[in-house]
Write a new protein. Structure first.
Length: 121
C-alpha cells in the first residue's frame, strides 16, 4: 500500500476530503492536491510529521510501502510508540527483576548498559 493509498484510507475513515483535511490539519490545500498530481517526493519532514500527528500514525508506517499502519497517541510529547510497543512496555513494568533481566538480555540492553557504565568510570 503506497503513501497515497494509506492517506486515502485515513481520510475515508474520518470522512474527510482534501479540502477538509487541509482545514483541519493546517496543511495547504494546494500541497495536498499536488501530492496526487505531482507526487510527494519533495514533501518536507515538517509537513509529513504534521500529517502523521493529525492522523495519530507513525511516520515509519506511513513511509513504508506495506499495508500496516501503526497508530500512536500524538498527545504524548515524548516517544511515539506503537500499540504493540506499549503492550511490551506494560509487561516489562509489571515483571519481576528476573524477568526484566531476561528481557534486557533478549534485546542486548544489559550489554549496552554495562558498556555505558565502563565508559563513564
Amino acid at each position: 500500500m503506497t503513501f497515497l493509498e494509506k492517506l486515502d484510507m485515513l481520510m475515508a475513515d474520518r470522512e474527510l476530503n482534501k479540502k477538509t483535511l487541509s482545514e483541519k490539519s493546517g496543511i495547504a490545500y494546494t500541497t495536498i492536491v499536488n501530492w496526487y498530481k505531482r507526487g510527494y517526493d519533495n514533501m518536507t519532514i515538517s509537513i509529513f510529521k504534521r500529517l502523521c500527528d493529525f492522523f495519530g500514525v507513525t511516520m515509519d508506517s506511513m513511509a513504508r510501502n506495506d499495508a500496516k499502519i501503526e497508530y500512536y497517541n500524538p498527545g504524548k510529547k515524548d516517544l511515539h510508540i506503537t500499540t504493540e510497543e506499549e503492550y511490551f512496555l506494560k509487561c516489562y513494568r509489571s515483571a519481576d527483576d528476573m524477568h526484566k533481566g531476561l528481557a534486557q538480555c533478549a534485546v542486548g540492553a544489559d550489554e549496552k548498559e554495562e558498556r555505558k557504565n565502563q565508559n563513564a568510570g
